[in-house]
Design a protein around this ligand. Sequence first.
Ligand SMILES: [Zn+2]
Length: 164
Amino acid sequence: MDTSKKNNVYSRTDSSKVNISDEEWRKILPADVYAIAREKGTERPWTSKFEDSKEVGTYYCAACGNPLFKSDTKFESGCGWPSFYQPISKSSIIYLADNSHGMTRTEVECGRCKAHLGHVFDDGPPPTGLRYCINGVVLDFEKAKAAEKKYNEGEQSKEAKKGE
Ligand SMILES: [Zn+2]
């Protein structure tokens, strides 16, 4: 990430809407994030480090810090982009009709800053049946707290012992 740019709208706790011009976004976002978030670009499939990540934690909007998805709603879709079946809350995401490229799709944007995230399709797993197909470039991931991680490790070693 380009650390020479200071993003003063980024916050994981402030839920107030961010409404600034593309010009201002260009100043504070790394070029790859800008290209997807503000110009509705799409990263090449299979290029995101999050695509097959199974780490426990929370995914935030890389442009503004809005919490978007929990790792436990992430699933392996095989589509080449990080996929989730449910956002953290109703207000996490905005839905828009997208008829570009001769297709009828539903675009998803960040509920706080309207960054383009990806699309949602209705071929996902239960309980929602939805597949949020998200560009990894516009996601920021933070691992769950150490205590939670330790708990999970404990559960895993219990499982391992059972198998002995
Ligand atoms: Zn955002």
